[in-house]
Design a protein around this ligand. Structure first.
Ligand code: ATP
Length: 457
């Protein structure tokens, strides 16, 4: 964490909205909860799916130099010896309550964090990895670990991907998946939990080109958040100091976000050099060389790793989208979520529950649902229904009124401007499509403007 600036958003408000509207609940709540584990409710699961979809689209679908994978959570235990996870987490550790760096007690001088001077936790014999047993017998030979990162599954499949896809350097592997860390200090809602999801890329490059690719990925990843609507002033790149760098890393920058508790890591981008492939070649006894057909050289590629958290991204998108706006005598709470992230894209609202109006509204609802996640709400006044949709970030409401029965027209109301347009039902789908999906979200238009709501009449 760097300089602490007061964020505009209060975490309590985000937690309360998430709970009230069904984004996120504490895990095992009726049993009193389970520390730092969370359940994503009906809206939260949509938000998370949309984040993962936007990431996959940007890094796999719209590129021809990255392929996807889905590797297993349980892996051969030697992997964790090769990666350094077994060794580095088996000592008595203390953790800094401020910057969360962990320190081996035997290497500490003084009682405070050597990096930021923060207060330290009590020492504990600590392995960050959750340990379990494979098969019916609980003995040391059957120990396996829940992965603490998705990365290792991709490193050990480097040759498989190379041989089956015929990709040449530079190319990458991308993966989204659950990971588990027995964190010493947790808290700040979904920011730091013990079970979470990561979105990771392992990008293999020729040594010597690594710095260029490292810088490329910093920009690329920063742009991804900007394109999805995160405000520029709430993002910053933070370079790791030499002392902070992990043993394997040649360079590492964090993309920090101004969370309610201050600037904190949203994503880490590391130049891991050849550490991972060298280690796995050594421990497995298999060659993980690359043969460059042009230069006829054998070498071990370097790896650039952009590693992002789905849950931290969800928190950042929620905090950034949250707004309270004056609305006559009241306050309008809304989420300015980018349309591609909004859990519900459209809400269909019949003005009353009169039978013929409901019939038409249900027809429109059924038609739109074939294309998007659509909500339907006929309870209470139309004003209240708009507010309910604003609060969960629904970009458009389609209102069906008595006039609609006569002229077959409906009203679209825009979340951000509250402007409304009236149009024939026959044009509804095409218009919504243009508004929701009109431009490629991941290709910057000339001039670099990312997403702009249309002012409607
Ligand atoms: P921190 O120092 O905040 O614990 P880290 O440096 O250990 O994070 P990495 O190992 O770089 O994190 O993991 C990559 C990404 O995974 C992080 O940027 C973050 O988005 C996510 N992540 C890591 N640990 C957690 C956690 N306990 N809960 C939620 N997300 C996490």
């Amino acid at each position: 964490m760097t300089e602490q600036l007061p964020s505009k958003v209060d975490m309590e408000k985000i937690v309360s909205l998430c709970r009230r509207r069904g984004f996120i609940f504490p895990s095992s709540e009726i049993y009193g909860g389970l520390s730092s584990c969370w359940d994503y409710g009906p809206l939260g699961v949509e938000l998370k799916r949309n984040i993962k979809e936007a990431w996959w689209r940007a890094v796999v679908q719209e590129r021809d130099d990255i392929v996807g994978m889905d590797t297993s959570i349980l892996m051969h235990p030697h992997i964790w010896a090769a990666s350094g996870h077994l060794e580095s987490f088996a000592d008595p550790l203390v953790e800094c309550k401020n910057c969360h760096l962990r320190w081996r007690v035997d290497e500490l001088q003084g009682n405070n964090c050597p990096s930021c001077g923060g207060e330290l936790t009590e020492p504990r014999m600590f392995n960050l990895m959750f340990k379990t047993f494979m098969g019916p017998v609980e003995e040391e030979a059957n120990v396996v670990y829940l992965r603490p990162e998705t990365a290792q599954g991709m490193f050990v499949n480097f040759q498989n991907v190379l041989n089956t896809t015929r990709k040449r350097l530079p190319f990458g592997i991308a993966q989204i998946g659950k990971t588990f860390r027995n964190e010493i200090t947790t808290g700040n809602f979904i920011f730091r939990s013990r079970e979470f999801e990561q979105m990771e890329i392992e990008f293999f490059v020729k040594p010597g080109t690594d710095e260029e690719w490292f810088n490329y990925w910093l920009q690329e990843r920063l742009n991804w958040y900007l394109k999805l609507g995160i405000k520029k002033e709430n993002l910053q790149l933070r370079q790791h100091t030499k002392g902070e760098l992990a043993h394997y890393a040649r360079a590492c920058d964090d993309i920090d976000y101004l969370f309610p508790m201050g600037w904190s890591e949203l994503e880490g981008i590391a130049n891991r050099g050849d550490f991972d492939l060298v280690q796995h070649a050594k421990y497995s006894g298999k060659s993980l060389d690359y043969f460059d057909e042009e230069t006829k050289e054998h070498f071990i590629p370097y790896i650039i790793e952009p590693s992002a958290g789905v849950d931290r991204s969800a928190l950042a998108f929620l905090c950034d989208a949250y707004a309270e706006e004056p609305d006559k005598e009241e306050i309008r709470v809304l989420l300015h979520l980018h349309p591609s992230l909004a859990p519900i894209k459209i809400a269909v609202l019949p003005l009353s529950r009169r039978e013929n109006l409901v019939k038409l509204a249900k027809e429109v609802y059924a038609d739109l649902r074939r294309h998007w996640m659509v909500g339907y709400d006929d309870a209470q006044s139309i004003g209240r229904r708009y507010r309910r949709q604003d609060e969960i970030g629904t970009p458009f409401c389609v209102t069906i009124d008595f006039q609609s029965l006569e002229d077959e027209q409906v009203t679209i109301r825009d979340r951000d401007t509250m402007n409304q347009i009236r149009l024939p039902i026959a044009e509804l789908k095409g218009t919504l499509q243009a508004k929701l999906e009109g431009e490629s979200l991941f290709v910057l238009p000339p001039g670099g403007k990312i997403w702009k709501e249309e002012k409607s009449g």
